[in-house]
Write a protein that binds this ligand. Structure first.
Ligand SMILES: [Zn+2]
Ligand SMILES: [Zn+2]
Length: 250
């Protein structure tokens, strides 16, 4: 219930955000309308789409419409079935994610949800589930940014969201600076789906919501927990996906 309480508490804050003149989510310059980026920030964002790996959305230089997989997905298929992301991880998308996460700007979740909705496949009425934060982090920060995004997306798309479906039972270290293997090790056994939540999960398509996708360690650990609990298909939808050398900094 911590997530729900934190969400209720933070639900009041977007009103404060919008009592002030609308600001660009990237550079905080004043803009004409809420949720709009200024032209400079907008043109600095790299929107992701086809052609890309059918599984992990790694952009390809060219494609012929066929479902192709990248080398990494062929060698070691991820635990999730498909990932989609709104933008590539870069200077502006990183700044927006950080301001949502640490900057006390929960209203930005709505901005991200608007852009992520383009990449959401609502067919079959999937269940939206955020990557959870450990309760210590929620206490410190006041909210889980992924839960705010999931709630905004659910409202916009008319889908169901279950904000407390996955529990984070292990406080994991910040993964920044760790290599892929260390990341996978750090999140091992960190996520659990309580028995009382498993009802109605059998065969269901889940869309796992997160802000930033880096090595996939967290998304894969969550996807494994969801599948163990009976989920039929697990898709991942995130705001920004690391696509190249930024991987080390994320
Ligand atoms: Zn800007
Ligand atoms: Zn791939």
């Amino acid at each position: 219930m911590h997530a729900a309480a934190a969400l209720a508490q933070s639900a009041l804050r977007p009103i404060l955000d919008f009592a002030l003149p609308p600001r660009c989510p990237g550079c905080a310059g004043i803009t004409g309308e809420p949720h709009r980026f200024c032209l400079d920030c907008w043109s600095a964002l790299t929107f992701l789409g086809d052609p890309c790996c059918a599984r992990c959305a790694l952009p390809f230089d060219y494609g012929d419409g066929a479902e192709l997989l990248c080398g990494q997905c062929l060698a070691r298929p991820p635990a999730y079935d498909r990932l989609r992301a709104a933008v590539a991880y870069g200077e502006i998308s990183r700044r927006v994610a950080l301001r949502l996460k640490y900057g006390g700007r929960p209203g930005l979740a709505e901005t991200l949800a608007r852009l992520m909705q383009r990449r959401l496949d609502a067919a079959g009425a999937p269940l939206l589930v955020p990557v959870p934060l450990h309760r210590w982090r929620i206490w410190r920060r006041g909210y889980n940014q992924a839960a705010l995004i999931a709630a905004a997306l659910a409202r916009r798309a008319g889908l169901e969201a279950r904000l407390d479906l996955i529990a984070r039972v292990k406080a994991t270290p910040v993964l920044r600076g760790l290599g892929p293997r260390e990341r996978a090790e750090a999140v091992r056994g960190a996520f659990r789906i309580d028995k009382r939540h498993r009802e109605g999960l059998a065969g269901r398509t889940i869309v796992l919501i997160d802000d930033v996708y880096t090595s996939g360690a967290t998304a894969n650990a969550c996807a494994r927990a969801l599948k163990r609990a009976g989920a039929g298909r697990v898709e991942v939808l995130c705001w920004a996906r690391v696509v190249k050398a930024e991987r080390e900094q994320a």
